[in-house]
Ligand binder design. Structure first.
Ligand SMILES: [Zn+2]
Ligand SMILES: [Zn+2]
Length: 276
């Protein structure tokens, strides 16, 4: 993270000092990454605080707010770079390609080294793999800036910098959009990835005496804890409630749901309960 902050400072200084918008775009993206790490770290600290009488779920959701804010920031930065790049196509500014190439090379090396460091021995961890993929994308962006600086050096065609900046800006927009979609889905209580709602419904319906399942809701309380609420209409003569609940909890546990709240009822108690 210290290395990343240093990289951002160098890229910004060189980018502004020698007129390369593409490099500034790359730097802005890295600012987003550093900010994302810092926000994520702060949110994780907050999430560790115990639940209270007012915040009965605790503060675990703060990690989702952090990635939403990060996504919005990255999106804004990408938009600025694209707009500026389009304007620059019309009035290309003189840039000095050599220092720009060195700064881009530094970005390439640092991102590749981080990817190797981070991914080593963690090929099976999904979060780690996503992080490594991100670092490799960043390395590719730096490589594009490096290539454009070298081509400008060779050909003197300075519009290439604006074109590279637009490409970088689009890549930044794309990553911000993905972040926004993912955290937005979590905040809207979407069923978490890897949880099969149809299998859960089928498992509940397969329990002895259960006739209908409704008000079935599955959401993620944090990145690791999955919660469920449901109403089960059952025939109390078929299976004792205590045994039914025990089996239901066991089946749900196997399907990755650890935090369940079930309401047992008969047809008369909730005749129209189908709305949500
Ligand atoms: Zn990045
Ligand atoms: Zn009901």
């Amino acid at each position: 993270m210290l290395l990343n902050t240093g990289l951002v400072v160098v890229q910004l200084v060189v980018g502004f000092g020698f007129g390369s918008l593409a490099l500034i775009g790359d730097a802005l993206h890295n600012v987003g990454d550093v900010l994302g790490l810092a926000l994520g770290w702060a949110a994780e600290r907050l999430a560790l605080r115990p639940a209270s009488r007012r915040f009965t779920y605790g503060y675990r959701r703060s990690t989702q707010f952090a990635s939403l804010a990060n996504g919005a920031l990255v999106l804004a930065a990408g938009g600025v770079v694209v707009v500026e790049g389009v304007q620059r196509l019309g009035r290309p500014a003189a840039i000095q390609p050599e220092p720009v190439a060195w700064a881009a090379l530094a970005g390439l090396v640092i991102n590749l080294a981080s990817a190797r460091l981070f991914g080593h021995g963690h090929q099976h961890d999904l979060n780690r793999r996503a992080a490594v993929l991100h670092l490799l994308t960043d390395a590719a962006v730096s490589a594009a800036v490096l290539l454009s600086a070298l081509l400008i050096q060779l050909t003197g065609w300075s519009r290439l910098d604006a074109l590279a900046a637009i490409g970088v800006g689009l890549a930044v927009l794309w990553s911000g959009w993905g972040l926004l979609l993912e955290s937005g889905a979590l905040l809207l209580d979407a069923v978490p990835r890897g949880v099969d709602l149809a299998a859960i419904e089928a498992a509940l319906l397969s329990l002895e005496g259960v006739e209908r399942v409704h008000h079935l809701h599955v959401w993620s309380m944090s990145t690791s804890a999955v919660a469920l609420t449901a109403h089960l209409q059952r025939d109390p003569a078929r299976l004792a409630d205590r045994e039914l609940l025990r089996q239901a909890r066991h089946r749900l546990q196997q399907l990755g749901v650890g935090h369940t709240t079930l309401q047992l009822e008969t047809d008369e108690e909730d005749p129209g309960g189908e709305q949500c």
